[in-house]
Design a protein around this ligand. Sequence first.
Ligand code: GGG
Length: 337
Amino acid sequence: MGPEVVTQGRRVIECAAQRFGLSLAWTELPWGSEYYRRHGTMMAADAFQTVRGHDAIYFGAVGSPDVPDDVAVWGSVIGLRKELDLYVNLRPVRLFPGVPTPVKAAPQEIDFVFVRENTEGEYARLGGRFRTGTPDELAVESSVFTRRGIERIARYAFDIARQRGSLLTSVTKSNALTFGMVLWDEVVREVAAEYRDVRWERMLVDACAYRMVREPERFGVLVGSNLFGDILTDLAAALQGSLGIAASANLNPEGGVPGVFEPVHGSAPDIAGKGIANPIGAIWSGALMLEYLGERAAADAVVAAIAAALASGTRTPDLGGKATTAEMGDAVLAHLR
Ligand code: GGG
C-alpha cells in the first residue's frame, strides 16, 4: 500500500507548496516489489547515483509476500540508509487530540522523539550460516558498535534534547550485552559531559518498554540502537493510536546526501489495494521532508492540518473509523488550504 499512502502524501505536500509559494520538482522512481518481479532487483543498477542527484527521497513502504523480506528491505530502504550513511532515523511520537489510545494518557502527555541509530548495531549484517540444511546448522549474527557511530548519534540526540529542553533517555542493555552496549554507555556518558545543561539518564530496553506504556509522559528524547529503536517505535506507534500514523526521517545531519522520508509501517499486504490504509504516517513524513528542505512554516501547517483532520473525527479503519485513504487525505487537505 506504499503507492496509496504516498499518493495522498504528495497531494498534501503539493498543496502546502502552493500555499507557501514553493516550487517542487518530482522524479517518480518505479522501484519496489513490482520492479523486482520484472528485473530481479528492487532498484535500478544506478539507483544510488540517481538518488544522489535529488534533495530528498519520499519513500512509501516495502515488502510483498512473494519477495523474501530480507531481499526487499536490504535491496531498498536499508540499502539507501547504508549507502547514503543516513545514520539518524528520527521518529516523532505524538498523540493527536481525539485519537483513541490504548493507554490512559492525555494528548499533551505523549510527545517525544525517538532517535534510532540507523547504520550499524544489530543491522551490521555481519555473520554467516554454516552446515546449511544439516542438523548441525549454525547461524551467527553479530552486532557492530563503533565509537564514532555512537558518538555521532549521541551528539545528535543531545542537540535535540537541548533544543526541546527535555530529558534524554539513552536506551541500552548493558547488563546482558557486555561489549557493544557497554561501549554505548561509556561513549554516551562522555558525550553527556559536553552537554552539562541537558538532563539525561540511561535505561535498560526492557524497562523502557514497560515505562513507555505506564508513564509515556516522562519521555522527551530517546536514543537507542538500530533494533531497539525499530521495536520501541512500533510500541510507540501503538501509543499514538496506530502504526498508520507513525512517521520517520532518515538523515545524515552533515548533509550532502538526500534524506529519506517514510512512514514507519511496512507494506501491509493484507490491506494493500483496498483503499483503506491510513495515509497519516506518509503525510506526516512529508511534513518532515518539508522541514528538512528548510520549509518549516509549510511543515508546521501540514502537521496542524493532520491534527485538525483527526480531531474532526475523520478516521481510517485502523483508528476505528470508516474513511478511505483518499477521504483521509481530503480531510487533511481541507484543513491545509
Ligand atoms: N516504510 C517503511 C518500511 O516499509 N519498512 C519496512 C521495514 O521493515 N524496514 C526495516 C526497518 O526499518 O528496520
